[in-house]
Design a protein around this ligand. Structure first.
Ligand code: GZL
Length: 314
């Protein structure tokens, strides 16, 4: 009789304590789904590797899905994790901004918090915990500001646009145009999407070089380094000197862009940190522990015109 009573008391105590048990600070033991866009660029791959390494270091059980740049695949992965019923949180790197309302509502209804990383969604912010990202508009402004000082405000520019509909492409374009609007002799004369992919960036630049007088192209603004590297290959194959005949500025600061910079084949890159996993996991854990989380957690980055300057900032 005494042991039954004791067991009952213990169970009652556990019932009181367990609901208030905090997720361990680092997230050890949590199961978190990470819906990644794909592996379209070297930056994306570095971002994936950094998130996986962070999860491993924290003892988080990471469920990883590479959507191969398909929103349909991202939504399917999230729904599968919700159906599993044992996922504590979801990290989403959305390929494009629209089309997330339903699945984010389903996650909210299931009590599974979602943290947005990198690109943005145009859904109600109440449907996700926070967004960890850089400021894409600022990145565009930085790139344009460098080009203004490199050309004294007089330049016809080819824009290699990222994935159509993505916040990264839309906002980098907006920031770049914000600055150009101040300089009447700076204009984007051609803008074509290369979808953030190196081979597509090369193909688009080849097409532009064959349909425009290259003497009228002062510079290329590529929304990411991979497309810039593709453009560099096209410029060289057209018999022109990249970074001299045609200036080049891009975003991401991937290792390969510094190889091009060392060779004098590109001019400038804006850094985009791949280390968003830590802040994303921290935000999910804070939310699970009932703590307030800001709606935006920024990651920074500067503009670099040499490897030495980039290395000096590490
Ligand atoms: C921007 C990110 C972009 C990178 C590209 O934050 O979404 O997607 O600049 C990647 O390299 O494809």
């Amino acid at each position: 009789m005494r042991s039954a009573k004791l067991s009952l008391i213990v169970l009652l105590l556990l019932a009181l304590i367990v609901p208030f048990a905090k997720a361990q600070d680092g997230g050890a033991g949590l199961t978190i789904g990470f819906s990644q866009i794909g592996s379209e660029s070297a930056w994306r791959t570095a971002f994936t590797d950094a998130v996986k390494a962070e999860a491993e270091a924290r003892g988080i059980n990471l469920l990883f899905s590479d959507a191969q740049q398909s929103q349909e695949n991202q939504i399917a992965a999230i729904r599968a994790w919700l159906a599993q019923g044992d996922v504590n949180a979801i990290i989403l790197a959305p390929v494009i901004a629209s089309g997330w309302d339903d699945v984010l509502q389903e996650a909210a209804d299931a009590g599974v918090p979602v943290v947005i990383v990198d690109r943005n969604v145009d859904s109600d912010p109440a449907l996700f915990v926070t967004r960890v990202s850089s400021d894409f508009v600022h990145e565009g402004r930085l790139a344009a500001s460098w080009l203004v000082q490199a050309t004294s405000g007089n330049c016809n520019i080819v824009e290699l646009y990222g994935t159509v509909g993505s916040a990264a492409a839309e906002d980098r374009h907006t920031g770049f145009q914000d600055v150009l609007n101040l300089f009447p002799s700076m204009q984007i004369t051609r803008s074509e999407t290369g979808n953030f992919v190196r081979t597509e960036g090369k193909a688009v630049m080849e097409s532009i070089l064959s349909s425009e007088d290259p003497a009228n192209i002062c510079a290329v603004f590529a929304h990411n380094d991979d497309m810039a590297i593709g453009a560099i290959e096209a410029i060289k194959e057209a018999g022109l000197v990249p970074a001299q005949d045609i200036l080049i500025v891009s975003v991401d600061a991937i290792p390969d862009i510094f190889v091009s910079m060392d060779a004098g084949e590109t001019n400038a890159t804006v850094e985009l940190s791949p280390f968003m996993g830590g802040p994303a996991f921290d935000a999910a854990i804070a939310f699970l522990n009932g703590e307030e989380v800001p709606k935006w957690i920024p990651v920074g980055g500067g503009l670099y015109t040499s490897r030495a300057a980039y290395d000096a900032d590490r």
